[in-house]
Design a protein around this ligand. Structure first.
Ligand code: 8X3
Length: 248
């Protein structure tokens, strides 16, 4: 699945699914702009994959404008991966600031980056937007209210954009992963509480890893231009549904 002279932007490229996706797309021949806030990490990644590191906070319009300026006039693939969960409190006691932060990065971050890069995606004559959603954008679970609301927002925004762009040379996809064990997702959610983070994956024989999701995104990005993968839900074999997880 090798392509030539095509470029890609991956947000949240400093770790986890974002970093793995940047590597996968680079291996497929894309020149990858690795965007994230943590410059030391994206600079190391960009050096490794012969890509470009761009410091970017997706929640800041100015910062996103800087990303668009660095990318230039033409872009083939945008992977809106920056996001995350903050907290797991019930609706009754959840901190509205955590909900606001989740909406900000997952929904408005995706919106702002997409808005800024659509002209370049259009100009390429063959653009693709891949939004990294979640199975949390398909169903509710206890303690997940703020995160599930935000990921449902990503899912609906993705569908809306696909409707609005029909007839244009831009594909719009969503990848919705279930349980993926990365270094940071659960740790960030539980504010550094390693025990709480480990409990999420306790006894699960083989959660997905970032490379599994990156592989799915790489596959979507290398389909022929007329093929739009609307949505791809991906879970570990041990997770039949959000609440149906096999643990040993
Ligand atoms: C992550 C999936 O189950 O933690 O996006 O909400 S879950």
């Amino acid at each position: 699945m090798t392509v030539t002279a095509r470029n890609a932007v991956v947000t949240g490229a400093s770790s986890g699914i974002g970093a793995a996706t940047a590597r996968t797309l680079a291996a497929a021949g894309f020149r990858v702009f690795c965007a994230a806030r943590r410059t030391d990490r994206i600079e190391a990644l960009a050096a490794e994959i012969d890509g470009v590191a761009i410091a970017c906070d997706v929640t800041s319009r100015d910062s996103v404008a800087g990303l668009a300026a660095a990318v230039g006039e033409s872009l083939h693939v945008l992977v809106n991966n920056a996001g995350g969960a903050f907290g797991a409190d019930p609706v009754e006691s959840a901190d509205p600031e955590q909900w606001r932060a989740m909406y900000d990065v997952n929904v408005l971050g995706t919106l702002q980056v997409t808005q800024a890069l659509l002209p370049a995606l259009r100009a390429s004559g063959d653009g693709l937007v891949v939004n990294v959603g979640s199975t949390a954008g398909r169903i509710a679970y206890e303690g997940g209210g703020g995160y599930t609301a935000a990921k449902h927002g990503v899912q609906v925004m993705t569908e809306t954009l696909r409707l609005e762009l029909v007839g244009e040379p831009i594909r719009v996809s969503e990848v919705a992963p279930g349980m993926v064990r990365t270094d940071e997702f659960a740790l960030v959610r539980f504010e550094g509480d390693q025990e709480a983070a480990d409990a999420v994956y306790a006894g699960v024989p083989d959660p997905l890893v970032a490379e599994d999701v990156a592989d799915a995104i790489g596959w979507i990005a290398t389909r022929p231009s007329h093929v739009n993968i609307d949505e791809l839900v991906i879970r570990p074999r041990a997770q039949a549904a959000q609440h149906k997880v096999h643990r040993v």
